[in-house]
Design a protein around this ligand. Structure first.
Ligand code: UTP
Length: 489
């Protein structure tokens, strides 16, 4: 039985005693459940979070000197910065062959915009066979393991809100052919969700706090606390290929990127990123910048228009390098963050050992229990605040962090929304376009309309090709594809 009075006093001290509003009517099991959740609250930080982030909207402090980033161009022959892509690609392949690389998919988000009933990784994403996102990544890993003769471990981060269905999904589908012992799951932490008027923590049920996963930045702590980092060290893994669950075009294992991250002179091997040239100054992608000599991402909403629109002598946007949330992260870097006192930045944020990532606020519609009636309220307008940390806020903690340019169609087909921008629909069109380009590069004629859009539906399995070059010597390719045809390769 919990010491209810001690708990009540603790809550009163931070203005949260309403969390025990329904205590009297709960049975012992439900009381224990609620008390355990309350005990997990970070009471020492709570008042500051509420004051700075919930009751007030924190102002973004623009750094004094922001410089454009430097990156490795997609074309290694680009005179802007030529480099030996063959050498770095070979270095990356060696690391994969030696078992030094793991894949890591952050899949703990709530996916509210897509509104899919289940973990986002279970969403049927491909144009014809409707493969779930998790399968697309697993097949890439399977094919990569086959190519480089080494099974590549996959770590999947879930949250307490979607852990069970995620694990079950993989188990039911027999890990999509990956060795069972090479697929690991762990849960990220959660933060309480707040009422934005009063700063009170919301109740999801009479015996349950409303919580949200603590953001993809929570992965840097969860990787360590869950034992995943220890497991990687035991396996000899040194580098983590970080991907998000919503982009079926991500190259889960990209030897060139891994090689640059691990071996380029200007990389500390701590955390590297891929970037896309933005379509315009206001495209909603985070902007790579350099601040005090360190790679930093400033959110599109925080970059002043005047900077966003600046152009260089070639007429290109000075701050036109957009982030697509693909990173390579050093195992040692994560260990250092979690074990070294004060290796971090803003103290008010959330981290592991000594590091703390800044918090970001999002206003959301959060269903909750009405404290007077006890009934569940489904708000029509945002009523609550969710606090999260972002993984890219770890970039300025690196000594030297490199960026590799990639191509939009090749690597960016995110599924965030049901329709419109970054949706299931736009992703499907991009998947077909990429498949058509790969086939054309292999000499196959594909049908296109006046707008140059492919008029067939084509899907290429990762088991058939991981990149365009894999089709060059493929047998059984058709000479041409008819308009309206459905082709699975
Ligand atoms: P998003 O920022 O798109 O958020 O996540 P989301 O929760 O999936 O979707 P919305 O905003 O509710 O519609 C980008 C990636 O980060 C992961 C997601 O699973 C996705 O792979 N993520 C996000 C986490 O793993 N944990 C989090 O707490 C938040």
């Amino acid at each position: 039985m919990k010491d209810i009075e001690a708990l009540r006093a603790q809550l009163e001290a931070v203005g949260q005693e309403h969390l025990l509003r329904f205590w009297e009517e709960l049975d012992d099991r439900r009381r224990d459940h609620l008390a355990a959740q309350i005990e997990a609250i970070e009471f020492d930080r709570l008042p500051q979070w509420i004051d700075q982030y919930v009751l007030h909207k924190p102002e973004f402090e623009l750094p004094q000197r922001i410089e454009p980033p430097v990156w490795y161009p997609r074309d290694p022959g680009n005179p802007r910065r030529p480099y030996d892509a063959g050498r770095f690609r070979a270095a990356g392949e060696d690391l994969v062959r030696q078992g030094r690389v793991s894949a890591f998919c952050v899949a703990g988000g709530q996916g509210t915009r897509l509104g899919w009933d289940g973990p986002k990784g279970t969403y049927p994403a491909t144009p014809i066979t409707r493969k779930p996102l998790f399968q697309v990544f697993a097949e890439q890993l399977f094919a990569a393991g086959r190519r480089w003769g080494r099974s590549i471990p996959l770590y999947v981060m879930t949250s307490p809100l979607n852990h069970e269905p995620t694990v079950e999904f993989f188990a039911q589908r027999e890990y999509f052919g990956l060795p069972r012992e090479d697929v690991m799951f762990f849960q990220q932490g959660v933060m309480p969700s707040f009422d934005r008027q009063s700063g009170r923590i919301l109740l999801a049920a009479r015996d349950e706090l409303a919580v949200n996963p603590d953001g993809h930045g929570g992965s840097l702590r969860a990787l360590y606390r869950s034992g995943a980092i220890d497991d990687m060290i035991k396996r000899g893994v040194q580098h983590i290929s970080y991907i998000q669950v919503d982009n079926p075009h991500v190259r889960v294992i990209d030897p060139l990127f891994i090689g640059l991250h691990a071996a380029a002179e200007d990389s500390s091997g701590e955390m590297s990123s891929k970037m896309l040239p933005k379509t315009g100054p206001f495209e909603k992608l985070g902007n790579f910048c350099r601040v005090d000599g360190r790679t930093t991402i400033i959110e599109y909403s925080d970059l002043p228009d005047e900077l966003a629109e600046q152009r260089d002598e070639r007429g290109e946007l000075r701050f036109g390098a957009g982030s697509l949330a693909i990173h390579c992260i050093g195992v040692d870097f994560i260990r250092r963050l979690n074990t070294t006192p004060s290796s971090g930045s803003a103290g008010e944020g959330r981290g592991g050992g000594g590091f703390a990532l800044p918090l970001h606020r999002a206003d959301k519609k959060i269903p909750h229990v009405d404290l007077d009636t006890g009934h569940i309220v489904e708000p029509a307008e945002p009523n609550g605040v969710k606090l999260e940390t972002f993984v890219f806020d770890a970039l300025p903690l690196c000594e030297a962090s490199i960026i590799l340019e990639t191509d939009r169609v090749e690597e960016f087909a995110p599924i965030k929304n049901l329709s419109g921008v970054d949706s299931a629909e736009s992703s499907r069109a991009l998947q077909i376009e990429r498949a058509a380009r790969w086939l054309e590069a292999a000499g196959v004629r594909t049908p296109r309309n006046d707008r140059r859009e492919c008029t067939a539906i084509i899907e290429i399995s990762p088991l058939t090709a991981l990149e365009a070059a894999d089709l060059q010597n493929a047998k059984d390719l058709p000479a041409s594809i008819a308009p309206g045809a459905e082709v699975v390769l």
